[in-house]
Design a protein around this ligand. Structure first.
Ligand SMILES: Cc1cc2nc3c(=O)[nH]c(=O)nc-3n(C[C@H](O)[C@H](O)[C@H](O)COP(=O)(O)O)c2cc1C
Length: 300
């Protein structure tokens, strides 16, 4: 085998890496990253994109998205049989991660399963089936998180609290109609106990959050809500949230589950603070994930 310092990625390896990165989820599907493959390294850089600054002024979702791309990239390098070393450069520069190869190492079964799930993962915008997600199904989904990231599975009473908080924040935020439309899309047009969809004056989808205890209780068994939190609300914390989100999402898909994520309302600082306090979260909330069995037989 040639010295690693002299070797470069082959054309087919480049294709595998690029395909994996392109399949990562990103806020509004903007894919705010670029990938460079010098020598046997892979460098992930955050692209400047001023158009997204209104929705995401702190760039939080962009970094979470880059974290998801990083997880796909690492899995692809591992699937190609290379050992990896990942560096997250500190500071505010555009370079977010460098993945180095350090010799040959076959991928584990878990890594191959996660890699295979990359192409099957998508945001689930359909109803969930009325099948409870058991704790043994959830264990691999939340069992392997990067250091500094926590994940809480909300119990029924906490989902109720979450619904109230989301509803209050949607009420008070200035872009209320936009947010309600976003919630309607997120909830895939189904009254699922967390949001109740309808249509606004001009016929666009609109949603009202329903802190309705009875409805929530009816639905709570079928759907799991995961809150991802970080100790530090900094660049590394956001990147690692993206890595954690993607690890969980791929493990869920591998187990036959489906998921969708929401961050928009967490951009409101008072909402985040109340959420952390009232749900007694182990850190700053970064992302909400809904998880369940897809119900492919139910119409929209
Ligand atoms: C950081 C982040 C935040 C997101 N926020 C939302 C959201 O608030 N509402 C929503 O419906 N989808 C949200 N998404 C999902 C993206 O819209 C989705 O990943 C993207 O459109 C690509 O579609 P796919 O997941 O089916 O591949 C988010 C995704 C990421 C990575």
């Amino acid at each position: 085998m040639p010295n690693l310092d002299e070797r470069m990625w082959s054309d087919s390896e480049v294709e595998v890496l690029a395909r994996a990165v392109i399949r990562a989820p990103s806020v509004h599907n903007i894919q705010p990253w670029s990938l460079a493959l010098p020598g046997m390294r892979a460098e992930l850089t955050e692209r400047a994109d001023p158009s997204a600054s209104e929705h995401d002024p702190a760039g939080r979702d962009r970094l979470i998205s880059c974290g998801a791309a990083l997880e796909n990239l690492v899995l692809a390098v591992r699937a190609l049989g290379w050992a990896t070393e990942v560096e997250l450069p500190p500071g505010r520069g555009p370079l977010v991660a460098v993945v180095r190869t350090s010799g040959r190492e076959p991928p584990s079964g878990r890594e191959l399963h996660a890699y295979a799930a990359i192409s099957r993962r998508r945001s689930h915008h359909r109803p969930f089936a009325a099948i409870p997600v058991s704790s043994s199904m959830l264990a691999p989904v939340i069992g392997r998180l990067p250091r500094g990231v926590g994940c809480r599975v909300l119990h029924a009473g906490e989902k109720d609290v979450l619904a109230v908080l989301l509803d209050q924040s949607a009420e008070t935020t200035q872009s209320r109609d936009g947010i309600r439309r976003e919630l309607a899309e997120w909830a895939c047009g189904v009254d699922d106990g967390l949001v109740r969809p309808g249509y606004d004056k001009v016929g666009l989808p609109w949603a009202r959050l329903v802190p309705d205890v009875r409805t929530l209780a009816r639905r709570s068994d079928a759907e799991s809500i995961l809150m991802f939190c970080t100790k530090e609300d900094d660049r590394a914390g956001r990147l690692k949230t993206g890595v954690a989100m993607q690890q969980s999402w791929l493990a869920a898909v591998d187990g036959g589950l489906a998921a969708s994520v929401l961050t928009r309302l967490l951009h409101e600082e008072p909402v985040r603070e109340r959420m952390a306090a009232e749900l007694k979260l182990p850190g700053r909330p970064q992302l909400i994930m809904r998880l369940g069995y897809p119900d492919d037989h139910r119409p929209f």
